[in-house]
Design a protein around this ligand. Structure first.
Ligand code: HEM
Length: 566
């Protein structure tokens, strides 16, 4: 071998040795700097139990595996530690809370409203929309947006909820008698309903199907999940060099193209003096008009259906009289009107809010309705009771559902709440602490400023101390008035709670009741699987990684409802 060849082989070894010689002290120095600058955080964290981790890397190995494995691993670990547990992901301290008293301290606060740094992965998609923003921007926009989800506005959507629910029943007809994934149908329906109600544009004018949009959102969520769980995908500087980043850009293009079209259409309508939804409703479905003289005045709670228990009341639980006439407009109408006045919101901010509402309003509700149908399939006796209630309300008629009907769907509502308990679409909520916080459950523990707080909704909803020894079983009676009143307010938080609670809570409940009752009036839902068979994954939104597989059979005692596409 020539000496040049030997040199060529030796050079890489030499540079590797130099690199390692430098790396070790650099890492050592970094560790010392990190330890000294965060001494208080580390000392406070040391008192909180959690799995032992590696130096510098902490517990990153816990994040290895596919989404279903990670989900199962975390849930299993939650039984090893108490109601408070910690985890180090590199230099980041995560503290998990599952005691409702501690959760109340965080969620009810007007101070701890900052989202965790992980929410920045949403930025290229959602910008600084309501979900992510903080401080004065979030406050101003929340004040503007919350009234657009007032019950009086929502009641005007009932015909469109009915129309789109019937169309979904019609679309599902081709799956009769075979196993299929109902999430695809729920996703498409949810996107299209949002377009026609909250955005107020006809889905037909978009030239892009709700299905394409929903699929792009689903794939984007997969990428965001990767960035949450794989350390090397976290720094933008590395992520932006990958093919996944290129793919993310393409998906965002599909999503933003729909939102741009929606806003443009609405603006053109606005300039022509058109207000409200331009989506068509066939005459036979215009139920709201006939019912409006009966119950136009809403009270705060509307039974238990759309209100909250006293301890959870938020800015959505306002009296009719507290909402000014001008503010009783649907979301996008009000956004555009406000931007014309130029004070509260500009064009870019409208786009961010539209993207946020389309995401938050679609994936969550699609998951909730899919889990509900799977639960109905897994519990035929419970399904039969829901159908009996619907039969009593509709008396075999194929008429559309009214708002009053939805108040009478009490058992269906309990099933829906029980579904949200066992399968909360948002399984965890994260906040970034700016100051130390003492816990209520254990005076020894202080959550240090700088820590990321993870509120474990999924775990809280399954605590035996709260829901009894059968906490993991589907039991709609958990939501009978008495047991519900005897629980801590913060032991059931599928929509979060406090100042940053979900603005779409009432919208979701009303829409889900109409969509799901329409499906159950038309089809019997079946499956051989029970909830223990579900493979869960908590990638931002809780889903079944094995798919939401069900079978549907036409019911023969209810007349076929008119459900052709209109
Ligand atoms: C079953 C359906 C739904 C569930 C379970 C749900 C759950 C939640 C949760 C847990 C949060 C808090 C998230 C966090 O702090 O990280 C949230 C926030 C939010 N949700 Fe929902 N949501 C649902 C439907 C909707 C709908 C239909 C809309 C709109 C049409 C909507 C719009 C929003 C918005 C804008 C926020 C951010 C609020 C803020 O930070 O001020 N959600 N939702």
């Amino acid at each position: 071998m020539s000496s040049t060849a030997v040199n060529n082989v030796e050079r890489p070894f030499a540079s590797t040795t130099v690199f390692l010689t430098l790396l070790v002290p650099v890492l050592g120095l970094f560790y010392i700097y990190w330890y000294v600058s965060r001494r208080q955080m580390i000392e406070l964290a040391d008192k909180i139990p959690g799995p032992k981790g590696l130096p510098i890397f902490g517990n990153v190995l816990e994040l290895l595996g596919n989404p279903n494995e990670i989900f199962n691993k975390f849930y299993a670990k939650s039984f090893q530690y108490g109601r408070t547990a910690k985890l180090w992901v590199g230099p980041r301290l995560l503290i998990f809370l599952t005691d409702p008293r501690d959760v109340e301290i965080i969620l009810s606060s007007h101070v701890h409203i900052d989202k965790s740094p992980e929410y920045r992965f949403f930025k290229p998609w959602l910008g600084d929309g309501l979900l992510i923003s903080t401080g004065s921007k979030w406050r101003a926009h929340r004040k503007l947006i919350a009234p657009t989800f007032h019950l009086n506005v929502l009641k005007s959507f009932i015909d469109l909820f009915n129309k789109n629910s019937r169309e979904t029943v019609h679309k599902m007809e081709k799956e009769l008698g075979k196993e299929f994934d109902c999430h695809d149908y729920m996703s498409e329906a949810t996107v299209e309903i949002l377009l026609e109600t909250v955005m107020g544009v006809s889905k037909k004018t978009q030239n892009q199907s709700g299905y394409d949009y929903a699929m792009a959102v689903m794939k984007l969520c997969d990428i965001l999940h990767l960035r949450h769980t794989k350390l090397w995908f976290r720094p933008d500087i590395i992520f932006n060099l990958t093919n996944t980043a290129k793919y993310q850009k393409q998906l965002i293009k599909v999503i933003h193209s729909l939102t741009r079209k929606v806003i443009q259409k609405k603006k053109t309508d606005f300039e022509r003096g058109i207000r409200g939804s331009t989506a068509e409703v066939p005459d036979e479905l215009k139920s709201y008009k006939t019912e409006s003289n009966v119950s136009n005045k809403t009270n705060t709670l509307e039974g238990t259906s759309y209100g909250q228990s006293v301890g959870l009341k938020d800015d959505l639980d306002v009296d009719d009289d507290d909402v000014g006439e001008r503010k009783r407009m649907a979301f996008l109408d009000l956004m555009i009107e406000s931007s014309q006045n130029g004070v509260v919101i500009n064009d870019e901010e409208i786009k961010e809010q539209v993207d946020t509402i389309m995401f938050e309003g679609h994936d969550t509700t699609a998951a909730a309705s899919s889990f509900f149908l799977c639960q109905m399939a897994a519990h035929p006796d419970i399904q039969a009771r829901v159908v009996k209630e619907l039969d009593e309300i509709f008396q075999g008629s194929d008429r559309p559902a009214t708002f009053t009907d939805t108040l009478e769907m009490k058992y269906l509502e309990r099933c829906l709440l029980e579904t949200l308990r066992l399968f909360p679409p948002v399984p965890i909520i994260a906040r970034q602490l700016q100051q130390n916080v003492k816990l209520a459950s254990n005076q020894e523990y202080v959550l240090p400023a700088g820590a990321t707080i993870i509120i474990g909704t999924f775990k809280i909803h399954r605590l035996e101390e709260i829901y009894g020894p059968n906490a993991e079983h589907f039991n709609p009676d958990n939501f009978l008035p008495e047991p519900a009143a005897n629980r801590h307010y913060y032991s059931f938080i599928p929509f979060s709670a406090g100042p940053r609670s979900c603005v779409g809570r009432k919208y979701a409940m009303l829409k889900l009741k109409i969509l799901l009752s329409t499906i159950l009036r038309s089809y019997e839902i079946k499956s051989n699987l029970k909830e223990n068979d579900y493979k869960l994954q908590g990638d931002i939104i809780l889903k079944r990684s094995d798919g939401f597989r069900i079978m549907a059979e036409k019911r023969n005692f209810i007349k076929e409802i008119g459900c052709k596409t209109v």
